[in-house]
Design a protein around this ligand. Structure first.
Ligand code: PGA
Length: 257
């Protein structure tokens, strides 16, 4: 059966109280679906991890951070380490999101260190990659994806690749309401799978490759149905429990076909 991960990236949204309510709605909705074959992951802001963990504690829902630093401890004011995420019950962390690359000037060098440190500490990493609109227009999409994957995974030991998930997120599709087309997504995901096959061999077949960028309940059927798409990293629609649950339900329908 195809692997499917439906991940909600709440970004800088929800207070702890609001996060609890949202997590509860998602949990109740999931319980009414019965046993699911897709994995469901919630990535609230750091300050809400504890509150969300309390809600989802005895469920199958997983918890993730939206970022972390590469050092495990020390004088790094304002930063959070992989060990802190682990102790709060996180099993995943998102690294290299385009908003971090753009607003917080995270370089591929920093992302590379973060990926390897988080994986060594015991987290699964969702590494985000993707081209800007200008890069796509210049036909540089695959050169950019190749560059990011080579740079961002440089320090990772081959044995650890099983703990890396790739999220293909074209920058121009994030938060814009305009998702990439089925053809564009299929082409990029095929390319990413092939990149890993060439570099790491057959383990590439097991890797989870997510799509992100204006994924919602109105386009998820066609996107999740693409061969090399193993789920989604969902921003806006993950803040609406009805939409998020509809996406999970669609994933379930596709898996049971
Ligand atoms: P979006 O965000 O679904 O709001 O486009 C996706 C993401 O940034 O991961």
């Amino acid at each position: 059966m195809k692997k499917m991960l439906i991940a909600g990236n709440w970004k800088m949204n929800t207070t702890p109280k609001e996060a609890k309510v949202l997590a509860q709605k998602i949990l109740y909705g999931l319980e009414s679906l019965g046993k699911t074959h897709s994995k469901v992951l919630l990535c609230p802001p750091y300050t809400n991890l504890f509150a969300v963990k309390e809600v989802i504690n005895n469920s199958e829902i997983e918890l993730g951070g939206q970022n972390c630093f590469y050092e495990l401890q020390g004088a790094y004011t304002g930063e959070i380490s992989p060990l802190m995420l682990l102790e709060l019950g996180c099993s995943y962390v998102i690294i290299g999101h385009s908003e971090r690359r753009t607003y917080f000037v995270e370089t591929d060098d920093v992302i590379n260190k973060k990926v390897s440190s988080a994986v060594v500490a015991g987290l699964k990493v969702i590494l985000c990659i993707g081209e800007t609109l200008e890069q796509r227009k210049n036909n540089d999409t695959f050169a950019i994806l190749e560059y990011q994957l080579n740079q961002d995974l440089h320090l990772l030991e081959i044995k650890d690749i099983k703990n890396v998930i790739i999220a293909y997120e074209p920058v121009w599709a994030i938060g814009t309401g305009i998702s990439a087309s089925v053809e564009q997504i299929a082409e990029a995901h095929d390319w990413i799978r092939e990149f890993f096959r060439n570099k790491y061999g057959e383990i590439a077949n097991e890797m989870i490759i997510l799509y992100g960028g204006s994924l919602s309940d109105n386009n998820c059927f066609e996107i999740l149905n693409i061969k090399n798409v193993n789920g989604g990293l969902i921003g806006g629609a993950s803040l609406d429990p009805t939409k998020f649950l509809n996406i999970i339900k669609t994933a379930e329908d596709l898996l049971s076909q």
